[in-house]
Ligand binder design. Structure first.
Ligand code: NAD
Length: 305
């Protein structure tokens, strides 16, 4: 059985690695945060003091890191994964990064006889906790077959999108809708608050028409509207994704006025210290910007049942 090196044990990586351990995968983990490593060690994972050690002692190296620069440094840097990984091993990056970073890593892996799969993750952090993530996978058929049992241990839905790079490109399109909807929702519910409308009645109407959307129906009910703005997927990471989306669109000469407006709104929220909150807290940021107290559903609300 392939031994897995798992690098990046944050809000997403920690439950994903934990679910691999629960299915008895042989795991060696690394994170710059020692506390994150200790949590996996408690589940029986080995720990590595460096990225290179994790790569040298594993057959498949999974990365789940914040952004393109960190992923490139961890995989391609002087003491990175590729400095230590053996020919015949495989790198699977599951982070959300720009497609150029993915393409450069895939090419570097190919030159060294190392397999490569990009498998960015859809759905929320709570789905990762429950092993119910969705994966968008790019890579050769053989590389996909090799990582498939690992993906099945971490998630419940797997979409094979095409060759290396197709997964991250699919993710870019997905996150345009998933993230931009936060800003549309924020404007709609801020307007409803300013118009002194009842929140529960307003939601009843919005859920019954074509205005309905998954952010409002699933994530917002569990997060901001229930008063929980702790980080599932942060405004900072969502802002990064909107920048990736606009850059990807720019590269193929596609204009995205709604995407640009949403990124600007997320930039303004970060400037006012909302960056570390869940992306549903765009509602709080927008209400704050116009001098309103953000609405919350009462504890016994039919929408919180
Ligand atoms: P996070 O910030 O919670 O976790 C990142 C982890 O990487 C941290 O534990 C950090 O210590 C570690 N790290 C940073 N630099 C490192 C380095 N040089 N070496 C080793 N470890 C390092 O982020 P997250 O929410 O887990 O997101 C990870 C990726 O998944 C991001 O690209 C994000 O866009 C994407 N994503 C997140 C969600 C979500 O809901 N949170 C959903 C889908 C996709």
């Amino acid at each position: 059985m392939d031994r897995i090196g798992f690098i990046g044990l944050g809000r997403m990586g920690r439950p994903m690695a934990s679910n691999l351990r629960r299915r008895d995968f042989d795991l060696i983990v690394h994170d710059v945060n020692a506390e994150a490593m200790a949590a996996l060690a408690a589940l029986g994972a080995a720990t590595a003091v460096s990225v290179a050690e994790a790569a040298a002692r594993a057959d498949v190296i999974i990365t789940m890191l914040p952004n393109s620069a960190i992923v490139a440094q961890v995989i391609q840097g002087a003491e990175g994964v590729l400095s230590a990984a053996r020919p015949g091993s495989l790198v699977m990056d599951m982070s959300t990064v720009d497609p150029q970073t993915t393409d450069a890593i895939a090419a570097d892996c190919a030159r060294r006889g190392i397999g490569f799969v990009d498998a960015p993750v859809g759905r929320l952090a709570t789905h990762a906790d429950a092993g119910q993530s969705l994966f968008m996978v790019g890579g050769s058929a053989a590389d996909f077959a090799r990582v498939r049992p690992m993906l099945e241990a971490m998630g419940s839905t797997i979409h094979y999108c095409g060759p290396a790079g197709a997964g991250i490109r699919t993710k870019i399109v997905n996150n345009f809708l998933a993230v931009s909807l936060c800003q549309l929702n924020a404007e709609a519910l801020t307007l409803a608050t300013a118009l002194e409308l009842d929140l529960e009645n307003t939601l009843d109407v919005l859920y019954g028409t074509t205005a309905s959307n998954g952010q409002l129906r699933v994530n917002w009910l569990q997060k901001v509207l229930a008063g929980d703005t702790s980080a599932g997927f942060t405004i900072d990471l969502a802002h990064k994704d909107l920048s990736l989306i606009l850059d990807a669109a720019d590269a193929v000469r596609v204009s995205m006025p709604m995407g640009a407006a949403a990124r600007d709104a997320f930039s303004r929220a970060r400037a006012r210290d909302f960056g570390g909150k869940d992306f549903s807290a765009m509602l709080d940021a927008h209400c704050d910007a116009v001098g309103l107290v953000a609405p919350r559903l009462p504890a016994g609300s039919r929408h919180r049942a």
